[in-house]
Design a protein around this ligand. Structure first.
Ligand SMILES: [Fe+2]
Length: 204
């Protein structure tokens, strides 16, 4: 009997390469967070406007928990780009980031619940939004840094592309119990290899 081998056609990674290059240029020009978020939002919206560039291995859900795949980390760890993949019914714990971040939905939708932490440590709910395909949200300690994110679709995975102002998988952050009790964590990443963005022989 002949073995059947399925070969996945490589996707065009030039869009992602263009995005990380533009982001590096932006960060070289300014460290002003508001300017970074505004211009970074435009770049991310442009990246997620088309859904033909993310290699399928970085959009793969896991039956047990949401996945966080590193797509690129700046060589000086000034920023990282990550794909988040949510299976049906999956959500994060309530958590913070400690750095600026942008979240853009590539596929499906995400429910975002925001929280404010009182000086005494308690959490106050600040509302909830459904983020749809093509939409971008921002987080940072300066504006609003604590949230819980869930898959907005009950019957299919959702995928979002996140950008953070650090190597986010290595940042010591906190999750919070509903009463506001913090617990520190370092997320790491689900993948051991990252996409090859730099083979220009495949696509200019
Ligand atoms: Fe988050």
């Amino acid at each position: 009997m002949n073995a059947v081998t399925t070969i996945e056609r490589p996707v065009d990674t030039s869009r992602l390469r263009g995005f990380v290059t533009a982001l590096a240029d932006l960060i070289a020009c300014t460290r002003d967070e508001q300017a970074l978020l505004e211009s970074g939002r435009t770049l991310l919206a442009r990246l997620i406007a088309r859904d033909d560039w993310l290699p399928p291995e970085y959009a793969r859900p896991d039956p047990d928990r949401y996945q966080q795949y590193l797509l690129h980390c700046d060589s000086r760890e000034r920023f990282s780009v990550v794909s988040f993949v949510w299976g049906p019914g999956q959500s994060t714990p309530i958590h913070d980031h400690g750095v600026w971040g942008l979240v853009g939905v590539l596929r499906g939708s995400e429910q975002v619940e925001r929280f404010h932490r009182l000086p005494g440590g308690g959490l106050v709910a600040q509302g909830s939004d459904l983020l749809r395909e093509g939409e971008v949200d921002a987080v940072s300690p300066r504006i609003s840094d604590i949230h819980r994110v869930s898959n907005g679709r009950a019957d299919a995975p959702s995928v979002s592309i996140h950008v953070y102002g650090a190597n986010i998988g290595a940042v010591e952050r906190a999750t919070f119990a509903p009463d506001g009790t913090p617990k520190s964590f370092i997320s790491g990443y689900a993948n051991r290899v990252i996409p090859n963005l730099w083979d220009r022989s495949r696509n200019a």
